[in-house]
Write a protein of this length. Structure first.
Length: 160
């Protein structure tokens, strides 16, 4: 973790985190409609995640390169529930502990405002599923809310 710095997103990070997300979606064959790939807010995170109950954090390396990120936002259509959103990490930063730091930051923030955290992912992201389960997420049988990510085929929830 010494090689990375965690902080809230600023406008100058928008393109970089969009690049991280698109790169990961390509890697996992999720670069299509019904995923974050087609999210109209993908390049506007500093604008979208800027309220009291909605934040996005990025991790950057010592050279200032954005290598990972995670957000917390209200789950539309479900009260007392937020969504862990757009948690992606470049291969070069995986296994360094940065994802653990990001999710801890996001969950600490979320429990101040919400009773539940929801997330959606893909069956082929097996390491991500194991990671979420380590943090107390349990698998749901069907999706919740109105995320617009109809191609996601695995859903999780965590209660506080």
């Amino acid at each position: 973790m010494k090689n990375y710095r965690l902080r809230e997103i600023v406008k100058e990070d928008n393109k970089a985190i969009e690049g991280v997300i698109r790169s990961c979606l390509i890697e996992f064959h999720a670069n299509h409609e019904g995923t974050a790939w087609s999210d109209p807010d993908l390049g506007r995170f500093s604008e979208i995640y800027n309220s009291k109950e909605c934040k996005y954090w990025i991790a950057e390396d010592l050279n200032g390169k954005v290598v990972a990120g995670v957000g917390i936002g209200q789950l539309v259509g479900v009260s007392d529930t937020c969504e862990l959103q757009k948690m992606y990490c470049l291969p070069e930063a995986r296994g360094t502990g940065i994802s653990h730091e990001l999710i801890k930051e996001a969950l600490e923030f979320a429990k101040q405002y919400y009773k539940h955290v929801y997330l959606e992912t893909f069956k082929n992201m097996i390491a991500a599923q194991k990671f979420y389960e380590k943090y107390g997420f349990y698998r749901l049988k069907k999706s919740l809310g109105e995320t617009g990510h109809y191609a996601c085929d695995v859903c999780y929830m965590k209660d506080f």
